[in-house]
Design a protein around this ligand. Sequence first.
Ligand code: ADP
Length: 471
Amino acid sequence: MEIIHVSAECYPVAKAGGLGDVVGALPKYQRELGHIAKVVMPMYRTKFLRENQWEVVHKGYTHLHNYWFNYTVIKEATNKLGFDLYLVDIYGLLDREKIYGYPDDTERFFSFQIAVVDWLAAWSHQPEVVHVHDHHTALIPFMLKYCYAYQKLQGIATVLTIHNAQYQGQTGMEKTVYLPDWDIWKRGLLEWGGALNPLACGIRSAWKVTTVSPTYLQEMRYSAAGLEALLEYEKGKCSGILNGIDTVVWNPATDGYIEHHYSVDTVEEGKKKNKEELCRRYGLDPAKPLITFIGRLVVDKGADLLPQTIEESFYYLGRRMNFFILGSGVAGIEGHLQSIREMSRGDYNTFIGYDEGLSHLIYAGADFILMPSRVEPCGLNQLYALRYGTVPVVRDTGGLHDTVIDYGDPGGYGIRFLHATVGDMTHGIWRSVELFQQQERLRETRARMMQLDFSWEASVTAYLELYQQML
Ligand code: ADP
């Protein structure tokens, strides 16, 4: 089977969060099972682009309404990632350093999708499945079905994976003119809540819709940023498939970002050295439990709760732990986390920014990782943490519910709390400190979690079964 993944992110080319990790791994595992899996993404001006070999495979000319543009498709020449990687270049739109965050993101991603469909139409054969990811690529199923110029692609099965329903790409309905001539009777598929809503359009137009954990699928029926009724209506074609992790990239025994490697047999020693390294760099005390957070500093992740939780933990629980935060996002939260550095007595620090290498060192060196998410479709941090023997302290929601069992329950290995509140999180921190003091129990918990299997194998099979159903 030939599967084309179309995405705005793909690790290690360009990554802002979990989407990049998933699209960087899933095709690799599909390939291992003997299928042809390809990834198509925009050609941002990244380090990966500069450091690798490319060949031009297609040049085309198409338009975004009355703006005509040339596009070029290049292919990575050495199959470095274990699957075929294609980048689409559109001069003036995609040739930027960052993935998102530009005022013309709508035009950038609409043009990208149009170019991808235009390129597919130029192929001499057709792939069996086009698998799109999130709103940046969610208009493709609609275009394949209803744009007159691409009618010959109507038979390609399409899957939309929702990695996060909070982001839908809404824009004004006047921008429907951007799409190549389409069947006007299908206008209703583009609109949701009075706006052109690419994610809603993808949910309606794709043959199948998946999201990244079974619990998030259930939660979306009553909490999906306005799409609840649509998801209830389309539930027949929706399923929840848990993300896996790339066990080659995320392996404490071989991780290229850390110096002190370890396995389940040497976890105590290995973590100790990584913790010392991290604490030395950031002025923390390695004798105390190290509680961390990695992620986007946004309300959905519960990052706004961190400053007060840290202050209250110090106040009510005593200065019995260290905190270290890595992230970037909302300026107010960044500023607050930086300002509380003043009260640190060698037990709190933060790095505001994105740093892949530092994140690996944190998974390896931390004792606990906090995830007080209000919304967590799957969450990868807790899966990486488990593999690195770091106890996840999570709010019981979405994919966190599906992957973390509280250590107080039979077979458990994490810490779960119910509400995204300062009180519940502080209680989770208290339980972390208590667990840290019971070294034998902590050792057992680490050994148990490191042997869990959250690899892609099971999920890849679920995706392939889904494709088979459509074919
Ligand atoms: P998201 O909702 O952001 O996609 P996930 O838990 O699915 O959340 O994935 C987050 C991924 O991004 C993980 O690989 C995590 O390590 C990484 N990450 C997030 N923020 C940062 C950061 N500031 N620096 C390095 N890695 C980060």
